[in-house]
Write a protein that binds this ligand. Structure first.
Ligand code: ATP
Ligand code: MG
Length: 278
């Protein structure tokens, strides 16, 4: 199996069968407000160090002051690490209509000079607007992916893609992993749902998994039906009994809190337990 890095969210790592592909390209796709940037930040803060920092490249000019202001509403966002192990950079000054060489050169320069463990491009989708045509963007993407694969760096591409774009946009074919953040109708209305559409080199929990966003970032509620991991006992009083020994035997680890509107799940209450494997 491909080596993985933590997504920054333990519950999502369960769905991913261990995490995102290390030194691979992961695409986080979803509509505005679905939590793409929160997830990318969570991953960045979980994996950055001063020796192997993270570089967060923005293609939609966002002032650092605004990034810090919104970031500080999140518990994992440590402003002290910004500029030490997590670097934000606006690619706006190297993006030129009809020419992506500036973006490629800058990205290569960052990798060679800073040796980042992780690079985020938020949003990759926004770069489509600067392509002369679809063939131009395809060429750029090919060059970008080829360059990234030559270095030991984990890349997150973030973009506001709709479902209909998945089959036509070249980034979906190029990415090693694809996470789609969206929503699904349930009895009480809608629920946020996450789906892993692709993950090269390893298994993952298929289907739609509910998630919520809070100041702690993204929390996913893995569907019991798709559990693949060996059993890890919760150890908490009656935790297994609360959800049934059948589910426990399938190896599900429970996530704390109540997942609203989850008609597809057999119980409404999930508890996250971090006990050592039995
Ligand atoms: N501190 C917080 N506590 C709870 N929920 C939050 C918090 N911060 C953000 N959210 C939720 O996350 C949503 C926005 O998440 P995020 O900015 O990651 O979305 P996005 O997918 O990147 O959107 P866009 O495509 O517009 O950039 C908000 O609409 C809100 O529901
Ligand atoms: Mg965003």
């Amino acid at each position: 199996m491909t080596d993985r890095i933590s997504s920054g969210a333990e519950s999502l790592d369960v769905v991913l069968g261990g995490g995102l592909p290390r030194d691979g390209i992961s695409l986080i796709a979803g509509l505005p407000g679905s939590g793409k940037t929160i997830l990318a930040r969570q991953c960045v803060f979980a994996n950055a160090s001063s020796e192997r920092p993270a570089r967060y490249l923005s293609t939609v000019s966002e002032p650092l002051e605004k990034i810090l202001r919104y970031g500080q509403t999140l518990t994992f966002f440590d402003p002290v690490r910004v500029g030490k192990s997590v670097y934000y950079e606006d690619l706006g000054n190297v993006i030129v209509e009809g020419a992506f060489s500036g973006v490629l050169d800058r990205t290569r320069g960052i990798i060679q000079e800073r040796r980042p463990a992780i690079i985020v491009i938020d949003s990759l989708k926004a770069l489509h607007a600067y392509a002369a045509d679809s063939a131009d963007f395809r060429r750029f993407l090919h060059d970008l992916a080829g360059m990234l694969s030559a270095y030991p760096v984990t890349t997150l591409w973030v973009g506001e893609y709709g479902e209909d774009e998945i089959v036509v946009m070249p980034e979906f074919a190029v990415a090693d992993a694809i996470l789609a953040l969206g929503s699904a109708g349930v009895a009480e209305g809608t629920s946020r749902v996450l789906q892993v559409l692709k993950l090269r080199g390893g298994g993952f929990l298929s289907g739609q998994h509910a998630y919520w966003l809070s100041s702690s970032g993204i929390t996913v509620f893995p569907r019991l039906a798709d559990a693949v991991r060996p059993r890890r006992p919760c150890g908490g009083a009656g935790a297994d009994a609360a959800t049934g020994s059948q589910a426990a035997a399938r190896g599900v680890r429970y996530v704390s809190g109540h997942a609203p509107g989850l008609a597809s799940l057999p119980t409404g209450e999930y508890r996250w337990c971090s006990g050592a494997p039995s």
